[in-house]
Design a protein around this ligand. Structure first.
Ligand SMILES: [Zn+2]
Length: 311
């Protein structure tokens, strides 16, 4: 039997996550309702005049979707949070894309310019989803990302703050119980020492939280080419792929400067508000929100004043 010249078939060897075949649908609005079984369901709204939009020209990347979903998770799971969960999810879907069944709905919407009028009820049925399922998927992704971020900060920057703060009782789900032990240390140094001793165990726990990925041959509907691609049935799949890619790309921590480690396109937590953002330049430490940019400018002015005072 012919042997492959590599002993490990990774994403890159197999075809790359970047070549994933996926398209997106966006609905003008959604409404949350209880169905006959008493389940809370999110239903897309559209009309003959305001149809859903389908296509793959959206500029949303897997990383951007990951950032926005992790921020949504923090927003609704924060112990002090009072946001209405279905309302926050409704807003997310309107601002981003349909979270489930994207491929099927997209194909239907694209098959005929009047599809939304002719097959309106089928589109509505296939694009509706259970809010509980969304929350469950969001919690798995959000908790895992939070853990990854905290471990990454500790192992690459010796910053244990995030690990120490990560043991908490959330509004919907609690953090991982094994993090409790890192709260007992008086000093960050002791905590870091223990964490480094546990490195393999912690990283193994982290990667075990990832779902299995299914890849198979698919026909690209546009190019009619056969491609090896990942199955994507929800926006969470897209995020898990993007996330897996980041975790697999982790370089050895010892000899990298912070700027190498957090290169452009990596995800950081904002120094002012704590929300995640996608870094666009190597110096960026704050998210793009108006308040945080103002905070950054205030800090810069203060630092500049302090420097010149001693001149
Ligand atoms: Zn911010």
């Amino acid at each position: 039997m012919k042997q492959l010249p590599v002993d490990f078939l990774g994403f890159t060897e197999i075809g790359g996550v970047g070549e994933m075949i996926y398209t997106a649908v966006r609905f003008p609005a959604y409404v949350a309702e209880y169905d006959e079984q008493g389940d809370h369901v999110m239903i897309p709204l559209f009309s003959g005049m305001i149809p859903p939009k389908a296509g793959n020209d959206y500029s949303l990347t897997g990383q951007e979707l990951l950032v926005s979903l992790c921020n949504l998770y923090q927003q609704i799971n924060n112990p002090g949070s009072t946001v209405v969960i279905s309302e926050a999810i409704r807003e997310w879907c309107t601002d981003n894309i349909l979270p489930y069944n994207n491929d099927v709905v997209c194909e239907m919407v694209e098959c005929d310019p009047a599809a939304h009028i002719k097959y309106g009820h089928i589109i509505t049925r296939d694009a509706s989803f259970y809010i509980d399922e969304f929350v469950k998927d969001l919690c798995s992704l959000g908790m895992t990302f939070e853990l990854y971020y905290a471990l990454h900060k500790a192992f690459s920057e010796n910053d244990v703050r995030f690990v120490r703060e990560l043991y908490y009782e959330g509004r919907i789900c609690d953090s991982f119980a094994f993090l409790e032990k890192y709260r007992q240390y008086e000093s960050d140094e002791e905590c870091l020492k223990q964490l480094k001793a546990d490195r393999v165990e912690r990283m193994t726990q982290l990667i075990d939280l990832f779902p299995d990925f299914r890849m198979r041959l698919k026909m690209n509907r546009r190019s009619k080419k056969i491609e090896y691609g990942a199955d994507v049935s929800s926006v969470f799949d897209i995020c898990w792929y993007a996330f897996a890619r980041m975790v697999a790309d982790i370089a050895p921590p010892a000899d990298l400067s912070i700027d190498d480690e957090f290169s452009q396109g990596s995800i950081l937590s904002c120094m002012a508000c704590g929300r995640y953002f996608l870094r666009k330049s190597s110096r960026q430490r704050y998210c793009q929100s108006w308040e945080c940019q103002a905070e950054r400018n205030r800090k810069n002015r203060r630092a500049s004043y302090a420097r010149h005072k001693n001149d």
